[in-house]
Design a protein around this ligand. Structure first.
Ligand SMILES: [Zn+2]
Length: 125
């Protein structure tokens, strides 16, 4: 379960940051998820709630921002939003060959949409 390991690493990051700043309570956690990471927002939210239980991050508000997928075409120079991908593991495997929406070439590189993790947190002392 991809979301569970992600949730664990998010909470670890948050708790470590809180310790550094001597925070006593985490109020909000801002998370960024790229559209090309195929992470389920609902499942992530759910696993974060479980993972934060009995820590100072319990009951923190979780804000999830989706980052659109962006590609750059090495052939025609197109740069912009990537074609949508399905929430399908096979599609995910094929992601290295995303088609350019302009010329249809598959020599594209992903320049956005793979963000995954904590952007920042709001905590109180
Ligand atoms: Zn192209």
């Amino acid at each position: 379960m991809h979301e569970l390991s992600l949730a664990v690493s998010i909470i670890e990051t948050v708790l470590k940051a809180a310790k550094e700043y001597d925070a006593k309570k985490i109020l909000e956690i801002n998370v960024e998820i790229g559209d090309l990471t195929v992470v389920s927002e609902d499942r992530l939210r759910f696993t974060l709630e479980i993972t934060s239980k009995d820590t100072i991050a319990e009951d923190a508000k979780i804000n999830i921002t989706r980052m659109p997928g962006r590609i750059r075409c090495k052939k025609c120079g197109y740069e912009g939003e990537s074609p949508p991908i399905e929430d399908d593991p096979l599609q995910n495997l094929l992601m290295s060959s995303l088609k350019c929406p302009k010329c249809g070439d598959t020599h594209t590189e992903i320049i956005g949409g793979r963000e995954l993790g904590v952007k920042d947190i709001i905590a109180s002392k």
